[in-house]
Design a protein around this ligand. Structure first.
Ligand code: F6P
Length: 356
C-alpha cells in the first residue's frame, strides 16, 4: 500500500517538532510504502506551492534537534477564508497544491491556529491529520501537548537561578513566562520552581492580595519574593478587555503586564523590584526526554491513523493513553487552566498566592 504524505509545521516552534516529524516518518516507513513531501514554512508553503520530496535519511539524526527542519510561519495570511487585497483564495490554493502534489494525506503539526486551518481543510474534503504541539499546552481535547514539558523544565531552571540572586539582594523578582492566554506554563514552572506568588490569566489578580502576600513574607522573615506571572495575566483593576488593558499599559510606557506589576509593587511597598523576561528562550533548544517520548509516540500514532485512513483526526493524550480526537474538537476552543484544577489547589494548599 502506497501513501504520499505532505507534512508541515505551523505556528510558533517548540522543542519536539523534529522528534514528532521523525516519529511520523519512521513509523510510516515501517508500516507501509510511504513517500514524504516536506512543505516549507507551514501553510505559507502549502498556499504558495513551496515543497519538496524528502529522502528517508533526512528523518534520521533529528530526534534531539530543536526548532523544525521544515520551517514554520505564524498566520502567513491573517484569515484563510478571506480573500484580501492580494486576491489569493488561500483555501483554493491549498486544495490545488494538495492535488498537484498528489497527496493521500496532509499531516499538520501545530497549535490552536494550525488546528483551525487543518479542520477547515478537512471540511473542504482533504485528508488531514493533526499533531498537537505548543509550549502553551492549551490545545483542547488532549491532556498534554509536546513542547510543554521542555518549556516547563527551562522556565523552572530560570526560577531556580533567580532564587539565588533574589535572596542575595533581598529583592522582589517578577518573572514573566510565556503561554499566550493560558497559564499552564506559569502554573507548572511556578510550583516546580517554588515561587511564592503565581499569577495566571485565568485568575485575574487583585493587587492588594499580591502586596499582602509580599508583606506577609517580610513579616515572617523572608527577605525576598519570587513572583511568576503569565504573559496573559492581568490586574483586575485594569478590566477584562485585552485591548483596553494593552492601551493603558502602552499609555504609561509599560512594555508588558509584568513591568506594570513590578512598578506597582515598588511604588506601594518601596521594595526593590526587578523584572525577568526569558521570552523565546523558553521554546529553544533540544526537547527533554519526556517530550522526545511524547513526540515519538504521537508521531507513530499518526502513522497508524494514516495506515488506517482514519483522517480528520488529531492525536491526543487522554488519561495517560495516546489516542485521537476529531479535528473539529481541537479546533473548537482553547484549553485554559480550570481555576479549581488540582495543581492550582495544590498551590493554594502550600500557601502560594494566586492574587485572589
Ligand atoms: O504559542 C507559543 C508562544 O510562545 C506563546 O507562548 C507566545 O505568546 C507566543 O508564542 C509568542 O509568539 P511569537 O513567536 O510570534 O513571538
Amino acid at each position: 500500500m502506497k501513501r504520499k504524505i505532505g507534512i508541515l509545521t505551523s505556528g510558533g516552534d517548540c522543542p519536539g517538532l523534529n522528534a514528532a516529524i521523525r516519529g511520523v516518518a519512521k513509523a510510516s516507513y515501517e508500516l507501509f510504502d510511504a513517500e514524504f513531501i516536506g512543505i516549507a514554512d507551514g501553510y505559507r508553503g502549502l498556499i504558495e506551492g513551496d515543497y519538496r520530496t524528502m529522502k528517508r535519511r533526512e528523518f534520521s539524526g533529528i530526534l534531539t534537534l530543536g526548532g523544525t527542519i521544515l520551517g514554520t510561519s505564524r498566520r502567513p495570511y491573517r484569515n484563510m477564508r478571506v480573500i484580501e487585497d492580494d486576491n489569493v483564495d488561500k483555501v483554493a490554493a491549498m486544495k490545488a497544491n494538495y492535488k498537484k502534489m498528489g497527496l493521500d494525506c496532509l499531516v499538520t503539526l501545530g497549535g490552536n491556529g494550525t488546528h483551525k486551518t487543518a479542520n477547515l481543510l478537512s471540511e473542504e474534503g482533504l485528508n488531514v491529520i493533526g499533531l498537537p504541539k505548543t509550549i502553551d499546552n492549551d490545545i483542547y481535547g488532549t491532556d498534554v501537548t509536546f513542547g510543554f514539558h521542555t518549556a516547563v523544565d527551562i522556565a523552572t531552571g530560570v526560577v531556580d537561578r533567580i532564587h539565588t540572586t533574589a535572596n542575595s539582594h533581598g529583592r522582589i523578582m517578577v518573572i514573566e513566562l510565556m503561554g499566550n492566554k493560558a497559564g499552564w506554563l506559569t502554573l507548572y514552572a511556578g510550583i516546580a520552581g517554588g515561587a511564592d506568588i503565581v499569577l495566571l490569566p485565568e485568575i485575574p489578580y487583585n493587587m492588594d492580595s499580591v502586596i499582602a502576600s509580599i508583606e506577609h513574607r517580610i513579616e515572617t522573615g523572608h527577605g525576598f519574593t519570587i513572583i511568576v506571572v503569565a504573559e496573559g495575566a492581568y490586574d483586575k483593576a485594569l478590566g477584562s478587555k485585552r485591548k483596553e488593558r494593552a492601551a493603558k499599559l502602552a499609555e504609561n510606557n509599560f512594555a508588558s503586564g509584568s513591568h506594570y506589576l513590578a512598578h506597582q509593587i515598588e511604588s506601594i511597598t518601596g521594595l526593590e523590584t526587578r523584572v525577568v523576561v526569558p521570552g523565546h528562550y523558553q521554546r529553544g533548544g533540544s526537547p527533554s526526554p519526556y517530550d522526545r517520548l511524547l513526540s515519538t509516540q504521537f508521531g507513530s500514532y499518526a502513522a497508524h491513523l494514516i495506515r488506517d485512513e482514519n483522517y480528520g483526526q488529531t492525536v491526543a493524550m487522554i488519561n495517560g493513553r495516546v489516542t485521537s480526537n476529531p479535528l473539529k474538537i481541537a479546533a473548537s476552543q482553547t484549553k485554559f487552566v480550570p481555576i479549581d484544577h488540582q495543581m492550582v489547589q495544590c498551590g493554594r494548599d502550600i500557601g502560594i498566592c494566586f492574587g485572589e
